[in-house]
Design a protein around this ligand. Structure first.
Ligand code: ATP
Length: 242
């Protein structure tokens, strides 16, 4: 499990996050819903070590062999070594390299090297389409296929916790559906997934729990089922009354 406590973050004088606390256990999908600019990407960047939190934050692992490990302010590559992998918005893959090369780059962390072959087999089991396209240059692939490469590459680092920033952005409805089904399968393998999504409907359907974020603050939380029924969530994110 990852425990995120009292995270505040600033860009100059602009406060993007205020005292955000949340947890993600292994084997659960937790979704973060919020309007544009609410701070969702910043939150994932803080957890992944790409943005430094203000003093007072504590981000730590619990219940894995990294238990008690304080990740706050660590360099991004060390956070990956501790078992937390980020798939950033825009995917962060290498367009000029092929699928195989992108996936193998994900196995660079020491924690993943010994199991590279088994992890590759697991990723190709989840994404059979990538198996057929191992030599294809990634920039020539569709958005959905590129998202599979990005998630596959993150899984190659053998994470306990996967952070996903708007993975469904720009995907066709069919690809979205497939993506969410795959996330549910990844969960059943025991990973914890923290998912930032603009597709509230699909993401709440698969989420075990969720948090609502507004102007950098957590303003609500609940199980996926409870949030789906919440009138405020329906108004703001599910298009009710629109
Ligand atoms: P979106 O859904 O539009 O991606 P978000 O919820 O992910 O939004 P963030 O990208 O985390 O929001 O941004 C939170 C706030 O911080 C916004 O007001 C944004 O303008 C500001 N911000 C983000 N990145 C920077 C930066 N590098 N420099 C200055 N301000 C930033």
């Amino acid at each position: 499990m990852i425990e995120v406590g009292n995270v505040s973050a600033f860009y100059g004088k602009h406060q993007a996050l205020a005292d955000v606390s949340l947890t993600v256990a292994r084997g659960e999908i937790v979704v973060i819903l919020g309007a544009n600019g609410a701070g969702k990407t910043t939150l994932l960047k803080v957890i992944g070590g790409l943005v430094k939190p203000a003093p007072g934050a504590r981000i730590a692992m619990a219940g894995t062999n990294m238990a008690g490990k304080d990740l706050t302010g660590m360099a991004p590559h060390r956070i990956v070594e501790a078992g937390v992998a980020l798939v950033p918005e825009g995917r962060g893959i290498f367009g000029e390299l092929n699928v195989r090369e992108n996936l193998l780059l994900g196995a660079y962390p020491a924690r993943a090297r010994a199991d590279e072959a088994a992890n590759l087999a697991m990723v190709l089991g989840l994404f059979p389409r990538l198996n057929e396209r191992m030599k294809q240059t990634v920039r020539t692939m569709s958005g959905g296929e590129q998202q599979m490469v990005a998630i596959g590459r993150a899984l190659m680092s053998a994470p306990d916790i996967l952070l996903l920033d708007e993975p469904s952005l720009g995907l066709s409805p069919i690809m979205c559906k497939e993506l969410f089904q795959i996330l549910a399968r990844i969960r059943s393998s025991g990973l914890g997934i923290l998912l930032v999504e603009q597709n509230a409907k699909q993401s709440l359907k698969i989420a075990d729990r969720g948090y609502l974020i507004e102007s950098g603050r957590i303003v609500g939380s609940g199980t996926g089922a409870a949030l789906q029924q919440d009138p405020a969530v329906q108004r703001a994110y599910l298009g009710a009354g629109a």
